[in-house]
Structure formats: C-alpha cells, structure tokens
Write a protein that binds this ligand. Structure first.
Ligand SMILES: [Zn+2]
Length: 90
C-alpha cells in the first residue's frame, strides 16, 4: 500500500524498526462475532484448520495507519472494500 505522498507501507518490517503506527479496526456491530471467530482460531486443531479459521476471522479486520512522512491517516475498511485517506488540519 502506498500513501498519496509516495511513502510505501511495507508489512515486511515489524518490531522496533517499523516506521509507522497501525491499528486493527473492527466494526462495533461485528465485534462480538469477531471475538467468537477469534476463539475458534485459538481452538482449531492443526495448521490447516487454524489457517481456515484465521481467514474467516480476518474478514472482520480493517486497519488504520499513520503515514510517517506526511502524517495522513489511511483507513482500510474490514474486507478491504474501501480505502479512505484523511489529512491532518494544520
Ligand atoms: Zn504520506
């Protein structure tokens, strides 16, 4: 994913070397279903079953990221249907 300023968000960098903040976003109305789905992920036996449960659960998760270069906030709705970019007021 790339910001309007050109900064490229890479998921390859994690931990203290990551240069941007990101947050998981779950719709309020889906939160209870999401928590139940996450419980199924934890209870799944075997890696294939766990991956399938994780794939089902991940459809409830969007993200909010802050660009470290221009400070825009980039919101990705759960399911990746829409991407909204907010610019800070000065
Ligand atoms: Zn930016």
């Amino acid at each position: 994913m790339r910001c309007k300023c050109g900064y490229s968000f890479s998921n390859e960098v994690s931990g203290p070397d990551r240069k941007f903040e990101s947050f998981a976003v779950i719709r309020d109305r889906d939160y209870r279903v999401f928590i139940k789905s996450e419980t199924r992920v934890l209870a799944s036996k075997g890696s294939d079953a766990k991956l399938r449960a994780l794939a089902r659960s991940s459809k409830f998760v969007g993200s909010l990221m802050e660009c470290p270069k221009c400070l825009r906030a980039i919101f990705s709705e759960p399911g990746g249907a829409n991407l909204v970019i907010f610019q800070r007021e000065v």
